[in-house]
Design a protein around this ligand. Structure first.
Ligand code: URA
Length: 260
């Protein structure tokens, strides 16, 4: 088993010895904390030997790691994950003024090179995807690829049919006409309503500006899907790795974008 003093896990493209829990996290088995629990439960073996000591290191190119006797590998060097972003976090990987930023919430040391795909305003919650794969980000964000994003907006007042039609057809903002959108009312109330809106553009504060333009301020905004990925029941402030079906669905988006 690799047993070097450095905790570095990448050296350019070459993966060098790393802590076992970091290896398991990079292999997509569990979070680093979850991997530590697997180790202390005696479920992790390295070269056939149960390893419970949390400081143990492995060389991914040499050592055979299993969890419950199932081999774990770092095969795909790219990682994509979903975060449920809370209010008050900036979509940036660092902030010169030390304000809370989304990098504080995702496993950046386990997955070097992770970056957010697009951005959400500080006061928006919900689905923010991160990846180490630059091509994926380009494919999902390129305006020509029309990847749909759905938001749940709590707005002031009640939308009437005419206003829904205006939002769907496209309205004029200071930076031009918006592309067609889909709008459905989830909950109607005199004070507030909850409205779902799907758009495929990514202009600054677009959803808030669209509602304001038709006379309804947004009180709260949450993104619930991005392309084929749903926020689902992911808790606020938590992240999860995408499962294989989601990864395949995103690969298809990338493939389709390369044909355009
Ligand atoms: N539209 C907005 O107004 N804000 C966001 O964060 C995302 C879309």
């Amino acid at each position: 088993m690799g047993n070097v003093s450095s905790d570095a896990d990448t050296n350019g493209e070459r993966i060098v010895p790393m802590r076992l829990q970091k290896f398991l996290a990079r292999a997509g088995v569990a979070s680093r904390r979850g991997s530590e629990n697997l180790m202390t439960a005696g479920r992790v073996k390295v070269n056939g030997i149960v390893i419970t000591e949390l400081g143990s290191k492995v060389d991914p190119l040499i050592d055979e790691v299993t969890v419950d006797d199932i081999p774990a590998h770092i095969t795909d060097t790219s990682t994509t994950l979903a975060l449920n972003k809370p209010v008050g976090y900036l979509t940036t990987m660092s902030d010169p003024f030390d304000r809370p930023c989304v990098a504080d919430l995702v496993p950046v040391t386990d997955h070097p090179g992770l970056y957010p795909i697009g951005r959400l305003d500080g006061d928006t919650t919900g689905l923010l995807l991160f990846s180490t794969d630059g091509q994926l980000g380009n494919a999902l964000l390129h305006p020509r690829h029309h990847v749909s994003k759905t938001y749940e907006a709590t707005i002031e007042g009640m939308l009437n049919r005419k206003t829904i039609h205006r939002l769907e057809a496209g309205i004029t903002l200071t930076d031009g006409m918006t592309a067609p959108a889909r709008v459905s009312v989830i909950e109607k109330g005199k004070q507030n309503s909850i409205v779902r809106i799907s758009i495929h553009e990514g202009r600054n504060r677009q959803v808030r500006r669209m509602f304001r333009a038709v006379g309804h301020d947004v009180c709260a905004l949450k993104r619930i899907s991005f392309g084929p990925i749903q926020l689902g029941s992911l808790e606020l402030g938590h992240w999860r790795l995408l499962n294989s079906q989601e990864t395949t669905a995103l690969d298809e988006v990338v493939q389709r974008s390369m044909l355009k």
